[in-house]
Design a protein around this ligand. Structure first.
Ligand code: AMP
Ligand code: ZN
Length: 668
């Protein structure tokens, strides 16, 4: 019989090691489901036996700790900056300086310069004890609780490690996840984030570590600091760090001549766009630590390293006008209207100015010549003003105080970056925006109606809110009197609107356009509360009890339903037969057999159709995903499954089951 302590230790070790397999080696050896089961078991044991509490337990990865104020902590070893080089000539000059100081052959290590938030992690006896942001290089903010939620950071080290050391690296937000998150925000009517770097550093400073745990941050490490490290070179350091369980970027190369370094740079200048993370250059380091010691540091940076910065494509052009857009939630976005300019393969005419602070910070004015930059996948931004070209009669930009569309006074909450027009029910772009959202494909999916028609109907005073759509069928005569509205298009429109009465509750809920209630959140709420009455009377505690619903969403839901206008809107929609409850029969026979499993369905089947298989997966708690990745748990393979898919699944070691095996699985 194992003691409690032994059970706890064994589970912790197992979970740490599965975590490593998954997040570092990309090679999971157990299903997510089994992992979750073990984690739950450990959570239970820890709860029942609080004397075994450990801040580095795998259970701490989910977060929960709140940091009200981040403590300022002095770095044991200063975090230096890097000198930059922008041309090969500057690189040659750097080599000359190095050669003046050290004798003998010099080896260089090239690494990518990842563009995230730098971090210093302190380990003692193999355990993570502290994580500090760079700050001013001498002292930074302690963000340990948040850092513990990042799965690619080992909480306990493996193999041989120095007793006490720091390791430095970069907290990054993967590009693909960044784009996904931004799409989600746009569909929720929120502002998109400017770039992965800001998002990464912003996330590190969130107060609620449970929120941080939900963000897919990663940590790439590349620099060991400490005494007695027993290593000879940077290249060895990378290898050692890897062995201790750190996520060390795979791209690093050693060269004995600068020629090699230059071709590395040329290669990655273009290929970097295929990497999972943003990079803005290559860091070149003298490999030998002995030579590094000889070279030492300047006041700001090591002499033994230099960053070669990639050129972000940049042009200057005239800022003709600043206009202001009003989103469906009332958020105001200032937009720079530019003299069109070719940049990174496209013509740029407009650039977002984000918000009032941004305009003020860069002191951007109309008729200024501005520098526009486009870094890879990100929307063009204005990075500065060419002050030499500023006209003498130029005046500072005064941010608007009233809504450009309805004239209402704008409001700005202290915690928010944006100004808002709060005239929600009378501000035309907000009214039209809400209707456009309501009819959109992922919402009520109404055919025969688009933005132009909504404009037309709104201007003709035929619609003023989403409920009005359902009375259009009684106004056919008026509709036919409108420009461009032939009998056929009117009929199509009315049919489309009528058909939307069959749209299921979760989509209706999304369609209402409640702030922060995107597609996924709507689905969660619908499944949990089952109908609108239960949802609208739920209080904060009841709302946040739902998986993935936080306080911000909960408050927004409460605010929405406490508004009489919204309640009136909902009753009218109800009277018109819109679905405000889930179809209970849909849940009959549901199980959780496949809970937490990601399943790909591929090929042709004989007993069930492919769609039936998919809906069976969902009914049994699983998730259907379209492409095979390391996160896939099963592939249900029918006949004629594509060879490349098969190969990918096999290579990743994903379990492939046939139709019969699938049926047996859900019958269990
Ligand atoms: P800078 O902020 O321009 O002074 O550049 C220095 C920063 O580059 C460091 O603080 C690191 O956060 C970051 N960096 C990114 N990748 C690397 C790398 N491979 N080696 C060293 N520093 C890096
Ligand atoms: Zn307005």
């Amino acid at each position: 019989m194992k003691t409690i302590a032994q059970q706890i230790n064994q589970l912790r070790e197992e979970l740490h090691s599965h975590n490593h397999n998954y997040y570092i080696l990309d090679n999971p050896t157990i299903s997510d489901y089994d992992f979750d089961m073990k984690l739950k078991e450990l959570q239970k044991l820890e709860l029942e036996n609080p004397e075994f509490k450990d801040a580095n337990s795998p259970t701490q990865r989910v977060g929960g700790g709140i940091t009200k104020k981040f403590n300022t902590v002095v770095h044991r070893n200063r975090m230096y900056s890097l000198d930059n080089a922008y041309s090969f000539e500057e690189l040659d000059e750097w080599e000359n300086r190095v050669k003046k100081i050290v004798d003998g052959d010099i080896e260089y290590v090239c690494e990518m310069k990842y563009d995230g938030a730098s971090i210093s992690l302190t380990y003692e006896n193999g355990k993570l004890i502290k994580a500090i942001t760079r700050g001013d290089g001498f002292q930074g903010d302690e963000v340990t609780t948040n850092i513990r939620t990042i799965k690619s950071i080992p909480l306990n080290l493996k193999g041989n490690y120095p007793e006490s050391f720091d390791i430095r690296g970069e907290i990054v937000f993967p590009n693909a996840e960044f784009e996904k998150l931004n799409e989600q925000r746009i569909s929720d009517g929120e502002e998109s984030y400017a770039n992965p770097r800001n998002l990464a550093s912003g996330t590190l400073k969130m107060q609620d570590s449970a929120e941080v745990a939900k963000r897919p941050l990663e940590c790439l490490l590349y620099f060991l600091v400490g005494d007695n490290l027993k290593i000879e070179s940077q290249f060895d350091a990378l290898e050692n760090a890897r062995k201790m369980g750190f996520k060390v970027p795979p791209i690093s190369e050693k060269f004995s001549k600068l020629e090699g370094v230059k071709s590395f740079i040329e290669k990655w200048e273009t290929e970097r766009h295929n990497l999972a993370y943003e990079t803005d250059g290559v860091v070149i380091k003298v490999n030998s630590l002995h030579q590094q010691d000889e070279l030492g540091y300047t006041a700001k940076s090591p002499r033994w390293a230099i960053a070669f910065k990639f050129k972000a494509e940049q042009k200057s052009t005239l800022l003709k006008e600043i206009t202001y857009q009003v989103g469906r939630t009332g958020a105001i976005t200032p937009v720079a209207n530019l003299e069109p300019v070719h940049l990174a393969g496209t013509v740029v005419r407009r650039a977002s100015l984000h918000n009032a602070d941004q305009i003020e910070k860069l002191d951007i004015r109309v008729n200024d010549t501005v520098f526009v930059e486009k870094g890879g996948e990100i929307i063009p931004k204005i990075i500065g003003v060419d002050l030499d070209k500023r006209p003498t009669d130029s005046v500072p930009t005064k941010y608007i105080e009233n809504c450009p569309e309805c004239g209402a006074k704008l409001e700005r909450k202290e915690s928010e970056a944006h100004h808002y027009c709060v005239n929600t029910y009378n501000c035309p772009p907000q009214i039209k925006g809400k209707i456009e959202h309501f009819i959109s494909r992922k919402a009520m999916d109404i055919d025969g109606l688009g933005a132009e028609t909504i404009d037309l109907l709104f201007n003709a005073d035929l619609i003023n809110n989403i409920a009005n759509l359902y009375s259009l069928k009684d106004k056919k005569f008026k509709l036919l009197g409108l420009e461009r509205m032939a009998e056929k298009s009117v009929n199509n429109m009315i049919t489309g609107i009528e058909a939307s009465k069959n749209i299921e509750f979760e989509k209706v809920l999304f369609a209402l356009g409640i702030r922060y209630v995107g597609e996924t959140v709507a689905k969660k709420l619908a499944v949990y509360f089952k109908n609108i009455d239960a949802l609208s009377s739920a209080n904060l505690e009841e709302l946040i009890a739902v998986d993935e619903i936080g306080e911000r969403i909960a408050e927004s839901v409460i605010e929405y339903f406490s508004n009489e206008k919204n309640q009136a809107l909902i009753s009218t929609l109800k009277e018109n037969g819109i679905q405000f409850a889930v179809d209970e029969s849909k849940f009959e026979g549901n199980t959780e057999i496949l809970k937490g499993l990601a399943i790909v369905v591929s090929g042709v089947f004989t007993q069930l159709t492919r769609n039936e298989i998919k809906s069976e997966i969902e009914k049994n708690g699983g998730k259907v995903t379209s492409s095979i990745s390391k996160k896939t748990d099963y592939v249900v393979a029918g006949d004629k499954m594509g060879p490349s898919k098969l190969e990918k699944a096999t290579n990743l070691g994903i379990k492939i089951i046939n139709e019969q095996e699938f049926i047996d699985l859900i019958k269990k």
